[in-house]
Design a protein around this ligand. Structure first.
Ligand code: 3PY
Length: 259
């Protein structure tokens, strides 16, 4: 995962992923085999319980992509479960202050010489199997290998984005444009048309770049992902299972009306 982000940071192709809202081992493996760099298992808004998250992690690695979990909320025990399931990165919704960002990093790291503040517990039974090269060394390499992605998706988060980006251990600022628009008092789905949201987006992107961190943006099509890559974002999804199924089946249903 990190290699695809560094590739993007150096001007190469962006790191592209898919978003999963449905549970299922075979679904996860199928989506992962379609060629994206990563697949995100959305435990915040998807219908994906703890056991399904565990199954999806292995399925995504088997399908050839990096597994990422978006946890439901900023809770250390949720980070622990997602980390132990073998995720290569964790996305944490609604990070709003540098203090919160520092607490997130603390929960994500094993205690070590470099991370004395880490509080992650050492019992990762299944995660090592998801890291082919470093499986045997998981306890030693996890702190460096696993990415900490925080979502910037509120007015307060934008006000603090430079300090959040500068927090040691935060790897990426990821914009959730729907929640960001909503927190500014607009209808969430109008985010692309709202100048205030677009200004905030530029500020967050600059904050990430100035701090040497990665920047990501939610996208539901290759076209939106390409536009965000053009702006300088390195990490976008280009679809989501529920969106793809709904769009394709609705279109075919409409075609059937003509039969
Ligand atoms: C948002 O757009 O607010 C997101 O968090 C993407 O799911």
């Amino acid at each position: 995962l990190r290699a695809t982000l560094e590739r993007a940071q150096q001007g190469g192709a962006p790191s592209i992923g898919q978003w999963m809202e449905f549970p299922g081992y075979t679904l996860a493996r199928t989506i992962a085999s379609l060629g994206s760099d990563w697949v995100l298992v959305d435990c915040e808004h998807g219908n994906i319980a703890d056991n399904e998250m565990y199954l999806a992690m292995g399925a995504i690695v088997t399908g050839g992509a990096s597994p990422i979990v978006r946890i439901p909320a900023d809770e250390p025990w949720m980070m622990k479960r997602a980390l132990d399931s073998g995720a290569h990165a964790i996305m944490i919704p609604m990070c709003e202050t540098p203090e919160q960002a520092a607490a997130i990093v603390k929960a994500m790291k094993y205690p070590s010489k470099e991370w004395p503040q880490g509080i992650r517990g050492a019992g990762a039974m299944f995660a090592p199997a998801n890291f082919s090269q470093n499986g045997g060394d998981y306890l030693k390499t996890a702190n460096d290998n696993i990415l900490v992605i925080v979502q910037i998706e509120s007015r307060l988060a934008v006000e603090n984005c430079e300090k959040i980006a500068a927090t040691e251990g935060i790897d990426m600022l990821f914009i959730g444009p729907n929640d960001l628009a909503a927190s500014m008092g607009y209808f969430a789905l109008d985010h692309a048309k709202i100048p205030e949201v677009q200004e905030a987006t530029k500020r967050v992107l600059k904050a990430a770049k100035d701090a040497g961190k990665f920047a990501g943006h939610f996208a539901l099509s290759a076209g939106i992902a390409a536009a965000k890559a053009q702006q300088g974002f390195e990490f976008m999804n280009c679809g989501a299972d529920i969106v793809a199924i709904t769009a394709w089946m609705s279109e075919e249903m409409a075609n059937c009306k003509e039969l």
